[in-house]
Design a protein around this ligand. Structure first.
Ligand SMILES: [Zn+2]
Length: 333
């Protein structure tokens, strides 16, 4: 794997600076491992001929010799180092239809039937998110399904990896398929420059699950919100969403409280303004890095212009350990 990254810099961590990628998410190449250091990438991978190599971006070259194949991928849009990935296996490629961008699945042949069932609505999912968040931010979307079981799926830029155990049609699997897809907007195209702002990835991806549920004819987001608000209200109130601490950055409360914050904003702003705010947020920061302060300012400016107050709401959800109440829906929204 070859990658171009930003200028190498000394790693520094202070009380107000939380920049280095979490241990365990590091790519296997020398790099300036900060989410804010985005770059384009080119991968050249040589495998035995029976194997397929998949990496971020688009396949721009494939050369098959007598016993080996060289795969060349280019990731043109800027990418954070932690989102780089290489997957190699005995995969069979298939195309999924129904979206405005090409969608490819690489999976072991034995899992073909499961792929067809579990990913049947992924195109519809992508189009739904594009209508809510703005155009899908990359030229294509790829899914890799591993032959073995994975505890959790994982998002990478332009590519998500699922385990064989995730190929199901129940809500627990479908919500993960929606979650990883939504990270292409929230986390990959727009990346938090500091890890304390991880809710800008996970809260949005979690809320996208609820939006897919609602838009696909399942339970409305309000019911997911009510259920998770009740769950969170019974847990310790000791987590600050906008600064959960390094040890708790993947605490489930970051995911759910982040999603609840977005639902609270939707209730306060009404659907038209809420989704307009999301689309302008993505449009303003696509391929860049973002922060809680920038999001707060973006939403507040739009809400102020519409004569709706959200600053206290944002302050309470982001910076108070106590779980705020969900607001009532605006009438007529
Ligand atoms: Zn996630």
């Amino acid at each position: 794997m070859r990658g171009r990254t930003g200028p190498a810099g000394r790693s520094s961590r202070t009380a107000s600076s939380w920049l280095d990628s979490p241990t365990g998410r590091r790519p296997g190449s020398p790099c300036n491992d900060r989410a804010s250091s985005k770059a384009s990438y080119r991968f050249e991978l040589s495998t035995p001929a029976a194997y397929t190599a998949v990496a971020n971006g688009s396949l721009v070259g494939k050369h098959t010799g007598s016993s080996r194949t060289v795969w060349v991928y280019e990731q043109a849009e800027p990418m954070s180092t932690y989102l780089a990935t290489v997957q190699i296996g005995r995969y069979r490629a298939s195309r999924l239809e129904g979206a405005s961008v090409p969608m490819t699945v690489h999976a072991p042949a034995r899992l073909r039937a499961g792929v067809d069932l579990a990913l049947a609505r992924q195109g519809e999912m992508l189009q739904t998110f594009a209508s809510l968040f703005g155009p899908y931010p990359f030229p294509a979307y790829t899914v890799v399904v591993t032959d073995d079981v994975l505890e959790i799926p994982l998002e990478s830029q332009t590519l998500s990896t699922f385990g064989a155990n995730h190929l199901r049609t129940d809500w627990q699997s479908q919500r993960l398929i929606a979650h990883e897809l939504a990270h292409q907007w929230f986390g990959n195209a727009l990346t938090a420059g500091e890890w304390r702002d991880i809710w800008l990835h996970e809260g949005f991806a979690c809320y996208s699950e609820w939006l897919w549920s609602e838009w696909s004819g399942g339970r409305p987001a309000q019911r997911h919100a009510d259920e998770h608000w009740r769950r969170l209200s019974a847990l310790p109130q000791d987590l600050i969403l906008a600064d959960p601490s390094r040890a708790r950055m993947f605490d489930d409360r970051v995911y759910k409280r982040g999603a609840l914050l977005l639902h609270a904003l939707r209730l306060r702003l009404g659907d038209a303004l809420f989704f307009d705010v999301l689309r302008t947020w993505v449009d303003a920061h696509r391929y860049g890095t973002v922060s809680t302060a920038a999001f707060t300012e973006h939403v507040s400016a739009a809400a102020d212009a519409a004569g709706v107050g959200v600053r206290q709401l944002l302050q309470a959800w982001l910076f108070s350990p106590q779980l705020p109440e969900l607001p009532r829906a605006v009438t007529g929204a």
